[in-house]
Ligand binder design. Structure first.
Ligand code: SAM
Length: 395
């Protein structure tokens, strides 16, 4: 490459960098769309659209991807817009950004260098970002009394969400949104069996029953499992009070659980450390149609990960911890893929509400040739010198 070409490339990247910074400014980004995915595999959306929305905690940017006729939404706060735009831009060949001043087309060449082309604006500046009526879109709205939420102290008897429990309320709703998205992937010709591993106080387990058995009127039985006997006794008592006879609870360790021969969906929310992996392995053993799992506090690979080239990163405890945590979720996602699942890692809820923020959504595919994923995985684990719990799957 000549000096001129190098400079031109650098300038183009700098231009994109400045533009992506500007887009996060209030009122700047009115609309955007990404098209032409670089990877043609079936689990990459053909198109992603972006629009600003006003949430309770400020303006966010809603990324909508459509896959297999379903829309998936992810709301990104302004301070993380640039990172997300960079990540998405690296996956698509072109994008169109509409701002009050111009429509800007961004084209990526084969090497990923970006060029920007500005044209006359076609979108009118919105006076205010579209109000996203969170309450309306909540599966369980604030203000409508729901007996299990009242019993669990999330709502008052009048149906008002208790202020101190608002994060829990949002978390429950977000999870139910994810569950609603995957409903078409579940069998409809029989009673569904769902297990919530590491259910704890079982906000989610009750919420699942409320959504599926009460609201959707689906034939379903749901089982919550946890190590803590007192918590399980309290949950069973509440299920009894509600007369939810297809909701049951058991005390036990996930890895030892033998209570069921067939399960359609496995969920875990913040099951500690390798308890998440044990739950994923159980789900694989049952060939579950859907797995929704939000992991938490991964310690296993922190102790194992070792690679001299990564010394500048791994010598800092805090970076090593975050890195090991990401590696753990990469291991989980890839091993699920090798087992024939379509896997997506999604932002669960905003970082400010919890750092335990990645949701693994895995949907069983009918046919899958995943030998390449397995090869990639083996190279990855050898490079990092790790032997993760989930590898029991490979043995
Ligand atoms: C952080 S709490 C999350 C509880 C609940 N899922 C929620 O999000 O509100 C994690 C729960 O997992 C349970 N747990 C951890 N390891 C487990 C295991 N091996 N088997 C069963 N339960 C486990 C703990 O007892 C605890 O109640």
């Amino acid at each position: 490459m000549t000096d001129n070409q190098t400079n031109a490339k650098r300038n183009r990247s700098a231009e994109w960098d400045d533009f992506a910074d500007e887009l996060a400014e209030p009122g700047k980004l009115l609309q955007a769309s990404f098209s032409g995915p670089r990877d043609k595999s079936s689990d990459i959306a053909r198109k992603i659209t972006v629009r600003p929305i006003k949430l309770k905690n400020g303006v966010h940017f809603q990324f909508e991807s459509r896959l297999n006729n379903k829309a998936y939404h992810d709301n990104v706060p302004a301070e993380r817009l640039k990172d997300r735009l960079n990540a998405v831009m690296s996956q698509y060949k072109q994008a169109l950004f509409k701002t009050p001043e111009a429509d800007v087309q961004v084209l990526a060449n084969k090497k990923g260098a970006l060029s920007l082309l500005a044209r006359k604006p076609t979108a009118k500046a919105a006076e205010a970002p579209l109000t996203h009526n969170r309450n309306k879109s909540y599966v369980i709205p604030d203000g409508e009394p729901v007996p299990f939420l009242i019993a669990l102290g999330v709502m008052t008897a009048e149906g008002k969400v208790v202020k101190a429990k608002y994060d829990k309320f949002r978390q429950i709703n977000r999870f139910l949104e994810m569950v609603s998205d995957v409903l078409p992937e579940l069998p409809r010709d029989k009673e569904l069996t769902i297990v919530d591993f590491g259910c704890g106080k079982s906000y989610l387990t009750f919420a699942l029953y409320h959504l599926l058995a009460v609201k959707e009127q689906l034939p379903v039985r749901i089982i919550g499992l946890d190590l803590k006997e007192d918590v399980i006794v309290a949950c069973a008592k509440l299920a009894d009070q509600l007369q939810w006879d297809k909701l049951s609870f058991a005390v036990g360790d996930i890895s030892q659980y033998e209570g069921l021969s067939s399960v359609d969906m496995v969920v875990t929310l913040h099951a500690c450390d390798t308890a998440t992996d044990a739950a994923l392995l159980k789900a694989l053993g049952w060939n579950a149609s859907v797995i929704l799992s939000v992991p938490c506090c991964q310690h296993e690979l922190f102790r194992q990960v070792s690679q001299p080239i990564l010394k500048p990163l791994l010598k800092h405890g805090i970076l090593k911890e975050r890195f090991a945590s990401l590696v753990t979720d990469a291991v989980r996602a890839n091993l699920l893929e090798t087992a024939g699942y379509r896997v997506q890692l999604l932002e669960f809820i905003d970082m400010e509400h919890t750092p335990k923020n990645i949701l693994i959504r895995a949907v069983k595919q009918r046919q899958a040739d995943n030998s390449e994923v397995l090869d990639d995985y083996i190279n990855f684990r050898e490079f990092l010198g790790i032997s993760p719990y989930m590898e029991k799957l490979l043995r």
